[in-house]
Design a protein around this ligand. Structure first.
Ligand code: ZN
Ligand code: ZN
Length: 282
């Protein structure tokens, strides 16, 4: 079995390297049945990664036009990646919402968790807003995300544990502390209750930051035990990396006891379809 779709794709409308058409052409070259765009939603706070407000309508119309143009060759979906803290999107204008959290935040203090030029700001939020308590900061990250999942009811919950981005060797917080573990579990339960699929995101692997997907395998095992569904996503900012590590991660999911995975549906299918590992076709 092969995954032949990607629901997490960025373009030059937000922070991707490629135009939508180039991403579709790459998906076709890979033999994909479907491609979902998920540029970063408009933000009124810290707007630099989001689609500029004045371009959101163009994003929607361009992707819709391409979906028509390519119909019959590949299914194209108009999604959006909504930041749980600052994202703004009207769900009625999109096929699906991929909800994710890119910020640690307490009151007015906030910092992007995965922006290397702004690394110091994450540590400043911990030290100034959280009095040095990184575990409390990480716990808040997860709990904010879980609570927003219940409000937004997204189709997909993206890169669940990307707050660990700068936590190499525990620099930011103790990942095994009871406070962090408890918050992770509580957030996972809220995501499960929201009905969202949990994304198994290979974007950090593609860019060489991490050796595991987001979330890590220990979290994915908890999710499996909650009975939640998973969907692979490459968080594609560069068309060349559109299916990065999909085959390896798929094999590992199977070995970890998942019965199958969800993916975007192609022609004549629902938007999200379940592919059982035992089906063995394709
Ligand atoms: Zn993201
Ligand atoms: Zn993304």
């Amino acid at each position: 079995m092969r995954i032949r779709s990607n629901p997490h794709t960025h373009t030059t409308f937000s922070d991707g390297c490629d135009a939508p058409r180039a991403q579709i052409e790459r998906a076709l070259a890979l033999g994909f049945r479907a491609l979902g765009f998920s540029d970063h939603a408009v933000q009124d706070v810290d707007a630099f990664t989001g689609i500029p407000k004045e371009r959101e309508a163009d994003y929607q119309s361009e992707v819709r036009a391409l979906a028509k143009e390519y119909a019959g060759r590949i299914r194209v979906y108009l999604g959006v990646e909504l930041d749980s803290e600052f994202g703004l999107a009207d769900a009625r204008n999109y096929d699906y919402i991929l909800l994710s959290n890119h910020y640690v935040r307490k009151g007015d203090a906030h910092a992007l968790v995965d922006c290397s030029p702004r690394r110091d700001r994450v540590f400043a939020v911990r030290d100034e807003a959280y009095g040095g308590n990184g575990e409390a900061m990480a716990a808040d990250y997860f709990l904010h995300l879980g609570a927003r999942a219940l409000e937004v009811r997204p189709a997909i919950l993206g890169h669940f544990d990307i707050v660990k981005y700068f936590n190499g060797e525990g620099a930011l917080y103790d990942a095994d502390s009871p406070a962090v573990r408890r918050a992770q579990m509580e957030a996972l339960s809220m995501v499960r209750e929201s009905g969202a699929l949990l994304e198994v995101n290979t974007g950090g692997m593609a860019r060489g930051y991490v050796s595991e997907p987001y979330p890590s395998w220990d979290i994915l095992r908890l999710w499996r035990d909650l009975g939640g569904g998973v969907i692979l996503g490459s968080d594609c900012h560069d068309a060349r990396l559109m299916d990065f590590a999909f085959a390896d991660v798929l094999a590992r999911l199977r070995a970890e006891g998942f019965g199958g995975v969800w993916e975007l549906g192609g022609a004549g299918e629902e938007m999200f379809v379940y592919r059982r590992f035992s089906d063995r076709k394709d």
